[in-house]
Design a protein. Sequence first.
Length: 139
Amino acid sequence: MRMKSKILVAFGVLVALAAWPAAAQMASSVVATIPFGFTAGNADLPAGKYTIERAGPVGSVVIRNLEENDAVYLPVIPAQDKQREGKARLVFNKYGDQYFLTQVWTGNAQAGVHLRKSRRERETAAAGRAQQIVAVLVQ
């Protein structure tokens, strides 16, 4: 009987730990009109109307161009910000005329996601180009 109890407790802990990152994921999908071309991961995407939503339970999002019906799947890192304003937005790092998607925040939830910096963004930053933060509010 003791062994069963230990196994059940261990299983319960594993389930709780597996569910924790899912709770920190972005709450829902967002739709945004992005007025400039940008890079997400290794994909160069044109200006246009996009939807961004979770792809599976944990760890990735799909960015879908609603005008061209193209999609990009990207790994993400869960993020929380208890101080944020509650406005859904996309956050880009801008170097010169290049934009790199870096964060997605949804609605009133305090959870969002960070995208990992691509090799090209790291190289652009290392070249000494000034970085600006640009936010696009979403619907």
